[in-house]
Design a binder for this molecule. Structure first.
Ligand code: FRU
Length: 566
């Protein structure tokens, strides 16, 4: 006889009822269903990291409204996922879970709630980056839709709200007024008939070309990939908090894989430009450029070809922007880049990008990917944030992965040629709580460690030196060696080695140290080396030494930083 389980959620309390007989006595898998009326803000769902994934569906007034998979906790949950049901107060809902063990206790813990009550103190967890954005709960990868709108920086992000692994892609949403202190404000985009919400971008439609603005106020317009239709969709917001979607894709599938639309305004042609990654035949990466007068109707304009197969030049997550050379507005160049940060510099006439130099390396660290820059930045800066893959899916953490610190991008003429440089944004200085200044000094082989008295967790270190006769200049940052090899002009960090050319005979290195690793800048911003590594909180020592000779340190400053979550 088929056993049917059902339960009812009343006033935030679950009463589970069981109909039918289970004569076998063994635990079997059954579909489970629960009917309830929406009363509170959230439906609170029990997650057990690593448990088998189950499909969940939320039906509202008989319509399938939310669907996702989740590692459902049959017994004691590791943490709770929060599904926003506040739009449907007083309405009839049904939660269905497939193939749940008949012995599962899951439905005894599912409840409605107006308060967010996760057991662990959020943001203070052992592996939580203290000055990097990571979601309260669940997985993140790419930053999406980065835009300044209505007095706030908006950081959307690929988000699985229901698990620590990749999946169920939503656009999570966080806002900040200083690029550092982020407040998560709920999911912006949920999977729909186009599929899961893959990466994309956002613009502010100042001239209301789309007609989506309201009462004289421009709309924020977002472009995402629907990862079932493999088409580009459009969503918009008039308040930066609530989101609407166009009922159709604005760019349908072009060829094979197509994703990650980056949209910008091109002033000279007075048109919108979209760059979207398209996989051509035989694994050929390409960037399709399209133009539009109104953000809704798009025309294919030209194609830029990248690498093939494993050659990831111009693969996924395009970025496209114009920058002045050495700050000179009379000389501007365009930069086209993609997920692995390799980039081209060239010219753009509104329909066609012509590269002048290609395949330059934008970063040479470990596990930095899919970076994006803010559209509409109020000070006109080009500010980048990238997905920094961290090793945070450990213990009972409720979240996984993080975003990098924000960096300002510039185009600068160096001895090596025209280069994109990265500098940590000025705003980061506001996190300094204690300064340790040092005077000019010679670092000698076997000499004392000038940093021996420092005892801090979150650190910013800035040094300028001439290598002199030293063969190596070496930092030990809370147990992670950062070694500059003078003859090779290379930097080695935790097994990763990258070129770090001296700039006019000097080397300037900036290091940010958080719980999840180091972000290192060298050669005046030509080299960016993010190195992910969980650093134990108790390791709080720093050292700076030279070997093989003596180096001249002309500047050395260390700062203790505070958490952005305080
Ligand atoms: C890059 C990426 C994108 C895609 C997204 C899905 O990390 O693969 O191309 O849109 O992640 O989460």
């Amino acid at each position: 006889m088929k056993r049917i389980l059902t339960s009812v959620l009343f006033s935030g309390v679950v009463t589970a009822a069981c109909f039918g007989q289970d004569n076998s006595g063994s635990q079997r898998l059954e579909n489970f269903s629960s009917f309830f009326t929406g009363e509170k803000k959230w439906l609170v769902l029990p997650v057990k990291n690593g448990a088998p994934k189950k499909n969940l569906e939320l039906w509202v007034n008989g319509e399938l409204t939310r669907w996702f998979d989740m590692e459902v906790a049959d017994e004691k949950p590791d943490w709770f996922a929060y599904l926003d049901i506040s739009d449907w107060k007083g309405q009839k809902m049904e939660l269905r879970v497939d193939a749940l063990s008949t012995a599962s206790q899951a439905f005894t813990t599912i409840r409605q709630s107006d308060v967010d009550t996760n057991a662990a103190p959020l943001y203070k967890e052992k592996l939580r980056g203290q000055f990097h954005f990571s979601p309260k709960r669940g997985w993140t990868n790419d930053p999406n839709g980065m835009v300044y709108y209505n007095g706030e920086y908006h950081l959307f992000f690929q988000h699985n709200p229901y698990g620590r692994g990749w999946g169920n892609m939503h656009w999570g949403h966080a806002v900040s007024t200083d690029l550092l202190h982020w407040k998560e404000v709920g999911e912006a985009l949920y999977p729909d008939k186009l599929g899961p919400m893959f990466s994309g971008s956002a613009v502010v439609d100042e001239k209301n070309t789309s007609g989506l603005g309201e009462s004289g106020k421009p709309a924020m317009v977002m472009f995402f990939t629907g990862a079932k239709a493999w088409a580009q969709g459009l969503a918009w917001s008039n308040d930066g908090r609530t989101f609407h979607k166009l009922d159709r894709a604005v760019v349908t599938r072009i060829n094979k894989d197509n994703r990650d639309p980056k949209v910008i305004w091109h002033e000279p042609s007075k048109k919108w430009v979209m760059v979207v990654w398209v996989e051509r035949d035989h694994g050929q990466n390409s960037m399709q450029i399209l133009t539009s007068p109104n953000l809704k109707d798009w025309t294919e304009a030209s194609v830029v070809y990248g690498g093939k197969g494993d050659d990831r030049y111009l693969f996924e997550c395009p970025e496209f922007f114009e920058l002045p050379v050495d700050g000179n507005p009379a000389e501007k160049k365009w930069v086209l880049t993609a997920a692995n940060s390799q980039y081209a510099i060239g010219t753009f006439d509104g329909t066609k990008f012509t590269p002048e130099v290609e395949r330059l390396n934008g970063q040479l660290g470990r596990d930095f990917y899919a970076s994006q820059t803010f559209n509409n930045e109020p000070k006109g800066r080009r500010i980048e944030i990238g997905w920094w893959r961290t090793h945070t899916d450990k213990d009972d953490m409720t979240f996984n992965q993080s975003q990098s610190i924000p960096m300002e991008l510039k185009l600068e003429r160096k001895a090596e040629g025209l280069r994109l440089t990265r500098t940590p944004v000025k705003e980061l200085e506001s996190l300094r709580v204690k300064t340790y200044p040092f005077s000019k000094q010679k670092l000698k082989e076997g000499g004392a460690n000038p940093l021996s008295k420092i005892d801090i967790e979150l650190a910013e270190i800035r040094v300028e030196f001439e290598p002199g006769t030293a063969k190596e200049v070496k930092f030990d940052v809370r147990g992670v060696p950062v070694v500059y090899n003078v003859s090779k002009q290379e930097l080695t960090i935790d097994g990763v080695t990258s070129p770090a050319p001296l700039q006019n005979g000097k080397q300037r290195i900036t290091i940010y140290a958080d719980r999840t690793g180091l972000e290192v800048f060298a050669s005046d911003g030509i080299l960016f080396m993010p190195i992910n590594k969980n650093i134990p909180a108790e390791n709080r020592s720093l050292s700076l030494t030279a070997s093989g000779g003596a180096a001249n340190v002309s500047k050395l400053d260390v700062y203790e930083l505070k958490s952005i979550w305080d």
